[in-house]
Design a protein around this ligand. Structure first.
Ligand code: SIN
Length: 303
């Protein structure tokens, strides 16, 4: 009998598979397709203090082995997430959930996190300082170690649950940002968010995406994500949730060997809503193939 359990700063997961924020709504939408209690947990759609309509359309561009999105943190705002979305989730999910939080100021990050920290079903806060699709917020906090540390400190002051900071790959030195977050008290790191990209429509000769650029995700970015997780693992002592291009069960093993304690699956959910369920079902056979009995034993095994 293989053991799939992993532990994120005290939050024990039955398995390491977590649908990534923005690709799984608030969970209950996917409960129409399958029993989502098979998941380790999931990270809900990036939530901000105020409701946000998001960016103008088109917001999506297809690419070989991936896609670009520029959603712009569309969400109903934290009050409605608590009063409506989490209420709808409760009957279909009996595990703790990851609350993904976006923001445009230090006060906003702190207020939104403080509110979600009080929610019983929230097991961990994932603070997104890496959204490439909004101005004066998101990624602007995640590309400077001092700002990343300041967000971390402010959120830690008002929360009791584990705080993971979600990092951007659109930086010269992701290790410096990860270390700044760790020094400021982060309990863990989530990485990587999307790579800033664009496509141009040959007929109009203009960018496909209304906001011109967006975040590139999908299987094409897996090698970049693996490299960055590997580098950060060598330099920090807090757990990493690895993501970026995870599509198959072997990608999961690879990401854990690089140093991830758990793994988020993003764009793959948009292609196949059963992607996470299928990966979880295949994990025992894949582990047996490589002689792995205890999945958590392989974390960082490539170092
Ligand atoms: C978005 O809503 O624009 C995507 C969120 C993100 O990439 O952080």
């Amino acid at each position: 009998m293989v053991n799939l359990k992993v532990n994120l700063s005290g939050l024990e997961l039955d398995n390491p598979i977590i649908p990534a924020s923005g690709t799984f709504g608030y969970g209950y939408e996917f409960a129409e397709f399958y029993d989502i209690n098979c998941l380790g947990t999931f990270s809900f759609k990036g939530t901000t203090r105020e409701p946000r309509f998001g960016n103008p359309t088109p917001r999506i561009a297809e690419c070989p082995a991936g896609m670009i999105n520029s959603v712009g943190l569309q969400n109903p705002g934290v009050e409605k997430v608590i009063s409506e979305e989490l209420k709808k989730l409760k009957p279909c999910f009996n595990k703790k959930v990851i609350a993904n939080v976006g923001g445009f100021s230090l006060d906003e990050y702190s207020e939104t996190c403080a509110m979600l920290d009080k929610e019983e079903q929230v097991g961990l806060l994932e603070v997104n300082i890496s959204c490439p699709n909004v101005h004066n917020g998101g990624m602007s906090f995640g590309t400077d170690p001092k700002m990343a540390a300041e967000v971390t400190r402010r959120v830690k002051e008002v929360t009791t649950k584990p705080v993971y900071i979600k990092l951007s790959p659109n930086v010269t030195d992701i290790v410096a940002i990860a270390k700044a977050c760790e020094d400021a008290g982060a309990d863990g790191i989530s990485m990587i968010n999307t790579l800033l990209g664009m496509r141009i429509d040959l007929r109009t000769k203009k960018p496909v995406i209304a906001n011109k650029m967006g975040g590139f995700s999908g299987s094409a970015i897996l090698p970049v994500a693996l490299r960055m997780v590997y580098q950060v693992y060598e330099n920090v002592n807090i757990p990493i949730i690895g993501m970026g291009g995870i599509t198959t069960v072997s990608d999961v093993i690879e990401m854990m060997l690089a140093g991830a304690t758990a793994v988020q699956v993003g764009a793959a959910n948009l292609v196949n809503p059963f992607a996470c369920k299928e990966i979880i079902e295949k994990l025992p056979e894949e582990m047996a193939k490589y002689g792995i009995n205890n999945l958590s034993d392989i974390i960082g095994g490539a170092h």
